[in-house]
Design a protein around this ligand. Structure first.
Ligand code: TYM
Length: 334
């Protein structure tokens, strides 16, 4: 069997440079050699307060961003999580295999629930990594290409797969995280201690894939830099390290090559060149995105096609899960 990869993105806001450099870029590369499934995880978006009027549009935008970045709908399965009911079904069964203690240890849960009243945090936010485990395990995926922030969630899905297999018999492939060596953690432009994030309330912290060139230039010019004047990376230069990494990933030069190129230049010249590089790198993606968004019916058609292919695989897995846990054979169509 061809090896399989699975990954997902939340339609919570606009996809940004972090999503592209940490995830999509790899998704595109991996579709060549793997049987690839990429999912718009709209059920995950319901774990924090959301806008029902925007959810469907954002899901379609997420699919358009993936295709614009180079995902090929002819060979790769792209679909919305809510369109394949087996995700929610398996999530429930795995919720009964997961333990409170292991979910309580999830860093993302701790971060996202911080500052709120502990008693009123949604239970969905707590159970979120179990749904994520169901996403991957349903497809018997070997690899999960993600950014660094998802490492712990992949560890948990491995633990759940191993526990289920040993309790009920071999059922799931135990997946591995595929985290890129470079670009796995792109930081906010206005605060290099903070991850670039869709949920940020600070518009200058994030470059969205669909930002207009003028806006990209403005955001990069206002990016914070470190003390000193030299364009160099290093432990005491978190802002420049981040900007040089972004430059390197778009331009193909290594960070030392860029340091040499900008030796003696000020931050101003460096940022101007970085802005041009990012704008040129994003231009084809943005153009293709706008073109695709001009035909939402076609995007919906591709998503429906993807959901049908995904459901066929997912049903095979859930049918054996049902048998193994004692629910018996799956009833036919009702
Ligand atoms: P999400 O939607 O937050 O992010 C999608 C992907 O982008 C990566 N990423 C980053 N990479 C580098 N630098 C950043 N600043 C940055 N921000 C985000 C993420 O690591 C991710 O790979 N829980 C997941 C979605 C999910 C999923 C899954 C992923 C649901 N089910 C199953 C893999 C497999 C999430 O919220 O990703």
């Amino acid at each position: 069997m061809e090896k399989r990869v699975f990954s997902g993105i939340q339609p919570t806001g606009s996809p940004h440079l972090g999503n592209y450099l940490g995830a999509f870029r790899n998704w595109v590369a991996l579709q060549e050699d793997y049987d690839a499934f990429y999912c718009i995880v709209d059920l995950h978006t319901l774990t924090l307060p959301w806008d029902p009027a925007a959810l469907e549009r954002r899901s379609i935008e997420g699919a358009a961003a993936l295709f614009a970045a180079g995902i090929d709908p002819a060979g790769t399965v792209v679909f919305r999580q809510s369109h394949v009911a087996q995700h929610a079904e398996l999530a429930w069964i795995l919720t009964c295999v997961a333990r409170m203690g292991e979910l309580r240890r999830m860093i993302q849960f701790k971060e996202k629930s911080r500052g709120g009243d502990a008693e009123s945090i949604g239970a969905g936010l707590f159970a979120y990594p179990v749904l994520q485990a169901a996403d991957v395990l349903l497809y018997q995926a070997h690899g999960v290409p993600v950014g660094e922030d998802q490492r712990q969630h992949i560890e948990l899905m491995r633990d759940l797969a191993i526990r289920f297999n040993s309790q009920f018999g071999d059922t799931f492939v135990v997946p591995e995280a595929y985290i890129p060596k470079e670009g796995a953690r792109i930081m906010a432009l206005d605060d290099p201690a903070d991850k670039m994030s869709k949920s940020s309330k600070r518009p200058n912290s994030v470059v969205n894939l669909t930002d207009e060139p003028e806006l990209v230039a403005k955001k990069i010019k206002s990016a914070v830099t470190d003390s000193g004047r030299d364009v160099i990376a290093g432990g005491d230069k978190p802002a420049l390290t981040n900007l040089l990494m972004i430059f390197s990933l778009f331009d193909g030069s290594t960070v030392p090559e860029l340091e040499e190129r900008f030796a003696g230049s000020g931050y101003g010249d460096f940022k101007t060149a970085l802005a041009e590089t990012v704008i040129e790198g994003l231009r084809p993606i943005r153009e293709r995105y706008l073109e695709l968004m001009g035909d939402p019916a076609e995007l919906n058609r591709l998503l429906a096609e993807g959901a049908a292919k995904a459901a066929a695989v997912a049903e095979g897995t859930i049918a054996s899960v049902w048998e193994r846990v004692g629910l018996g054979p799956r009833p036919g169509p009702q």
